[in-house]
Design a protein around this ligand. Sequence first.
Ligand SMILES: Nc1ncnc2c1ncn2[C@@H]1O[C@H](COP(=O)(O)OP(=O)(O)O)[C@@H](O)[C@H]1O
Ligand SMILES: [Mg+2]
Length: 402
Amino acid sequence: MPLTKPQKEVLTCDKRFRVLISGRRFGKTFLAINELAKFGRFPNKKIWYVSPSYRQSKNICWNMLKDRIIKHKWAKKINEADLSIVLKNNTVIQLKGADNEQSLRGVGLNFIVLDEFADIKPQAWYEVLRPTLSDTGGHALFCGSPKGFNFAYDLYTRDDPEWQSFKYTTLEGEQVSQEEIEQAKNDLDERTFQQEYLATFVNYAGIIYYNFDRNTHIIDQHETNSKVIHIGMDFNIDPMVAVVSEKVNNDLIIYDEIQIWSSNTDEMVQEIKSRYKDNHIIVYPDPASRQRKTSAGGFTDLAILKNAGFEVKARSQHPLIRDRINAVNSKLKNANGMSSLFVTKSCKNVIKSLERQIYKEGTSVPDKDSGFDHFNDALGYLVEYLFPLRREFKPSEPTRWS
Ligand SMILES: Nc1ncnc2c1ncn2[C@@H]1O[C@H](COP(=O)(O)OP(=O)(O)O)[C@@H](O)[C@H]1O
Ligand SMILES: [Mg+2]
């Protein structure tokens, strides 16, 4: 069966790492099998096909691959028990599941396909699979549909001469008719349709800062106008973080971020002073800093900030997490569609955190396991203090989880 035009574009690209993002039923797995066979023409190679689970690999790839190999009479030995095929030229093609990380500890692979890779844990690639390509100079092909701004997005946007990315809609794959796609459009909410059929990276259900939008809120750079800077701060030891902003009328512009690992408040103070020597600095810390002592000297975090000459503004009571979240979301976009919070593109961690922190599934409890909470906490203390929500409005419940 001939490949479609977009499949051929991916096929003919000779970059070492290729990332193919598409809508569902574009023909990714079809192409992947084609690629396994193509690399299989070279003798004495080791080739893997990896999907999120062993079962999935078996279901979506095994029969198609086998048929193809058998049809061309290339097989020397087919092993159903471990889903491997030894070709007559001694090249081995094997199917794996990323659910069993132990089984991925291979050596010297020449080619790997990672299918549905948005559902594969990043560590499986970075820590386990990527190293197996090093000695051999092996190649990899990533296939998948978008899944929010996760690891797949990182690889898709990777800017590196060894990498090439491709993105196609379901329609461009020519396997699904326009009518069927129109039907799906009726059945799905807009975001799901965009993600699943148009292969658009969209914020997914459960996202906390759902008003954040790269096109609106990220600015290239910011020229500071004022000597007064406002810094939101969160006191973890790992990491201790701060967001640096300037207030321009009603707008708040975040233009620097500080993240220090295994640190303490004294170190953070040093860092701020070294970056901003001549400024009037107002810090908006976690109100718990009134009591908490992160550093050894016996002073509270709040006292350390004051002793450093900073003006410190913290509520006497801890603001509700929900109030902080609502305050940030309102600054991102209020009910009239106005945005008044902006982030320069250099603040990569702030952006990532806004884009990615989610609620724990089915709850209104922000997830803290992914590490995106620190910058958002720091930002929340700052925004909530400077722009508190008017209490006569009852903020609406976030309802984005499914
Ligand atoms: N070039 C092609 N020629 C014929 N059939 C194709 C081609 N590409 C894909 N298909 C078929 O289209 C369907 C969807 O392809 P698949 O690879 O499973 O899509 P995806 O992995 O992107 O969801 C499958 O039945 C597959 O066999
Ligand atoms: Mg597939």
